[in-house]
Design a protein around this ligand. Structure first.
Ligand SMILES: Nc1ncnc2c1ncn2[C@@H]1O[C@H](COP(=O)(O)OP(=O)(O)OP(=O)(O)O)[C@@H](O)[C@H]1O
Ligand SMILES: [Mg+2]
Length: 231
């Protein structure tokens, strides 16, 4: 089974949609559209009647709502339904999940709490924004990180994990562990900055790995010819 990403034009790059219940990594430089892409995925889920867990390690619910309010894909409406559970790492509930930075207590419990939550609530789609602050909260404990990623892979939810790639010359564990990797590009060309999206890998799927044009439209991000249609 496949689910729609909610990003016009993207599903065609991955043979019709994202295979369900798998782990995907979304990477790219600052401002390249990672959070917007994932918010569209979450809103699409809510529209389909999926239960969605949206975890932000660095933004509050009000902050994301404000950032996405200008778009028509309805993330603000989705946030108001019971379909979407929002967890930010600095709220009381978020701290219960992730602990405080530097706190040595029970780090490995993060995996159990998170996968327990996803499984017990039958969550269908998960967005995790992002690994940079997760690594910080986990004190760079790679064992816990790998344990968490492996458990997320086994959950029966389709998960988008944002990874900033703080070292652009080196892939991180999550790029290898994930079933798929999507890159958002923001690069300089003769006529100025251009945005693009590229599916680097998607196991079991015949993909188009070229960099496709990506645009911000009123309906959020749109890929290639879909961008001109919704503009
Ligand atoms: N209509 C628009 N509404 C809001 N932001 C827009 C719009 N068009 C372009 N943008 C740009 O989108 C960028 C934000 O995209 P987004 O937050 O999805 O990126 P990101 O990859 O998650 O960035 P970060 O690494 O900082 O988290 C901003 O730099 C903003 O200027
Ligand atoms: Mg972001």
């Amino acid at each position: 089974m496949r689910v729609s990403s909610g990003v016009p034009g993207f599903d065609e790059l991955v043979d019709g949609g994202l295979p369900t219940d798998r782990l995907y990594v979304v990477s790219g430089p600052p401002g390249s559209g990672k959070t917007t892409f994932c918010s569209q995925f979450a809103a699409q889920g809510a529209r389909n009647g999926d239960d969605v867990l949206y975890i932000s390690m660095h933004e509050t619910k009000a902050g994301i709502r404000e950032d996405m309010a200008g778009y028509e894909f309805g993330f603000d409406r989705a946030l108001d339904t019971d379909r979407v559970t929002f967890l930010d790492s600095f709220s009381a509930e978020g701290r219960r999940f992730f602990g405080l930075p530097g706190e040595r207590r029970d780090r490995s419990g993060v995996t159990n709490r998170l996968t327990g939550f996803i499984n017990s609530r039958d969550i269908d789609r998960v967005v995790f924004d992002s690994t940079m602050l997760l690594r910080f909260l986990l004190d760079d404990d790679e064992d816990t990180m790998i344990q968490l990623l492996s458990s997320l892979k086994r959950c029966s939810a389709t998960t988008l994990l944002i990874s900033e790639m703080t070292d652009p010359s080196a892939y991180a564990e999550e790029h290898y562990l994930a079933h798929g990797v999507v890159f958002m590009h923001n690069y300089l060309e003769d006529e100025g900055m251009r945005r693009g999206v590229q599916v680097l890998k998607m196991r079991g799927t015949d993909i188009d790995t070229d960099i496709k044009d990506l645009e911000f439209t009123d309906e959020g991000l749109a890929v290639g010819s879909a961008a001109t249609v919704v503009r």
